[in-house]
Design a protein around this ligand. Structure first.
Ligand SMILES: [Zn+2]
Length: 118
């Protein structure tokens, strides 16, 4: 696997993220699943309850990544599912099944249907 390239370090709207994601080449490394993390500022834990806008932004980004890479949202993982992780990321308020359902709904309503069979 190639060396970690670091973070982008930018904030995106859903549309800006979709445009950015389309510019990323996945020719040397092809993810098998997406991991949901909190952000440093604001953390999901600070968004209690998670605002609809923050949740929709996360769902839009996740739907874009799953569509772009042809990934099944059932394979979504939360950072805290990594056995090497010692902290509750992205927080106890995040329910993976809810996000998976929302991602599927978003993919179903987007003009870019999931291209591979799931
Ligand atoms: Zn994390």
């Amino acid at each position: 696997m190639p060396a970690w390239k670091g973070i982008v370090g930018k904030g995106f709207t859903a549309a800006e993220f979709a445009q950015y994601a389309d510019t990323v080449a996945f020719d040397k490394w092809r993810p098998q699943f997406v991991v949901l993390h909190n952000t440093a500022v604001p953390a999901f834990s600070e968004c209690t309850p998670l605002s609809p806008a923050v949740q929709q932004n996360a769902v839009s980004a996740l739907a874009k990544l799953h569509t772009l890479l042809g990934l099944d949202p059932s394979r979504l993982r939360l950072h805290k599912e990594d056995p090497k992780t010692t902290h509750d990321c992205p927080g106890s308020k995040i329910v993976k099944a809810d996000f998976q359902e929302l991602i599927l709904e978003q993919i179903g309503t987007s003009e870019h249907a999931l291209e591979t069979s799931i």
